[in-house]
Design a protein around this ligand. Structure first.
Ligand code: FAD
Ligand code: GLY
Length: 382
């Protein structure tokens, strides 16, 4: 990639956890990078998330996903420590573990499946006996039929993380432009030249990266639509007198994630409602019922706040990572669905290497945009 006047070597569309992580990585490899976000960076799904780093929980037993997720988890500690020392702020990364709880027969079957996966992928996990559970976390519901303690499940404060990533990117000389909405990727022949903004002006760049989360499929000009749809997730937070556990808690109907300030996050609904924003009575009820089911004493906990966000989901549930198969100088990093916070470090490292031409081999073939040519016309943004 060559330098050319004021033109950035890489222009990133979208300043969420994925756009910022890749931008920082590429800038640290010596390229000139600009990030464009139509709002404040880090206010999309990356802000709405719970910050669980749980490769097994939502992996649906897909081997490439599990391997990528575990590799990303295992580099998390070093990645955040470097970031924290760069910006001088904590991102509240905690190797706290998670208790997977079963209340029903299908819940127990899920524990068996998670235990099997943990064993196969050498993830530290063991069955928790009822007496141990009652001693450890006495506020848990008595109706728990079984529990799996997944020690290798961690958490991070995703809002602190995106703020630190923004700071780290700026320190690496990334230019970040908030309030700059991209309308179209400008393509001539088989080459991406830059972007056209909503105000009609255009920006040139050596390379473009589409990292606009759930909105990636809405960008005009892509030769084939990036087939991404939004899946709304509602969340709320409570301020119990005492946290029910120092670990994360999860059952079939939802999860509870502690924060160091004593709040307890309750998540998350899964709703196919297009880009309809906000919280609903049904969503809040679902979250509260699930919290009380797991920990009955939460009934009296004050509600602090509630919010929602859009997970970027691809047709096959895998991220879309790598070069566009038809347009040169165009790359995609999206579709991280329920796990973008977890997958950010490895996404940044592999995409950084691919964009700077160091390697292509490290991307799983199941994640490459080229796989989606076969799905053309069968999905897309709603
Ligand atoms: P986003 O964070 O949505 O960023 C996209 C950015 O692109 C936004 O800032 C937006 O303003 C910008 N943009 C959009 N269109 C344009 C345009 N035209 N021009 C310029 N900018 C544009 N993951 C986990 O790993 N662990 C969790 O516990 C977890 N919990 C979750 C809970 C909920 C309720 C939700 C909604 C998600 C959760 N996720 C979790 C998933 C995770 O949040 C996402 O996978 C991840 O944040 C996606 O990051 P992103 O950068 O691709 O998208
Ligand atoms: N990973 C948690 C969620 O998507 O709700």
């Amino acid at each position: 990639m060559t330098r050319n006047g004021d033109r950035p070597d890489l222009l990133v569309v979208g300043g969420g956890v994925i756009g910022l992580s890749v931008a920082r990585d590429v800038a640290r490899r010596g390229l000139r990078v600009t990030v464009l976000d139509r709002d404040e960076p880090g206010r999309g799904a990356s802000w709405a998330a719970a910050g669980m780093l749980s490769p097994l929980a939502e992996a649906h037993a897909s081997r490439p996903f599990l391997e990528f997720g575990l590799a990303s988890l295992r580099m998390y500690g070093d990645w955040v420590r470097e970031l924290e020392s760069e910006v001088g702020e904590s991102v509240e990364y905690r190797e706290c573990g998670k208790l997977l709880l079963a209340f029903t027969r299908s819940g127990s079957a899920r524990l068996d499946e998670q235990e099997r996966l943990a064993r196969r992928y050498s993830v530290s996990a063991s069955r928790a006996e009822p007496e141990w559970l009652r001693r450890e976390d006495p506020d848990l519901a008595r109706s728990v039929r079984g529990a799996l303690l997944v020690e290798e499940d961690y958490r991070v404060d995703n809002r602190l993380l995106v703020r630190a990533l923004e700071g780290g990117a700026r320190r690496a000389r990334v230019e970040i432009r908030a309030g700059t909405a991209v309308r179209e990727i400008r393509i001539q022949g088989d080459r991406a030249l830059g972007v056209i903004l909503e105000d009609g002006s255009s920006l040139d760049a050596g390379t473009i990266l589409v990292a606009a989360g759930a909105w990636s499929g809405r960008l005009e000009g892509l030769s084939r639509t990036v087939p991404i749809r939004p899946v709304r997730g509602q969340m709320l937070s409570l301020a119990p007198e005492q946290l029910p556990s120092r670990r994360m808690l999860e059952a079939e109907e939802g999860y509870l994630v502690p924060r160091d300030d004593g709040r307890l996050l309750v998540g998350g609904t899964m709703e196919e409602v297009g880009f309809r924003p906000g919280n609903t009575v049904r969503g809040i009820r679902e979250l509260l019922e699930s919290a009380i089911h797991l920990v009955p004493s939460l009934e009296s906990a004050p509600i602090v706040d509630f919010w929602s966000g859009f997970r970027p989901a691809s047709i096959d549930g895998h991220p879309i990572l790598g070069p566009d198969p038809e347009v040169r100088d165009l790359f995609v990093a999206t579709g991280h669905y329920r796990n973008g916070i977890l997958l950010a470090p490895l996404t940044a490292r592999t995409m950084g290497a691919v964009i700077t031409g160091e390697t292509e081999a490290s991307l799983p073939p199941e994640f490459l945009p080229s796989r989606l040519l076969a799905h053309e016309g069968s999905g897309g943004a709603s």
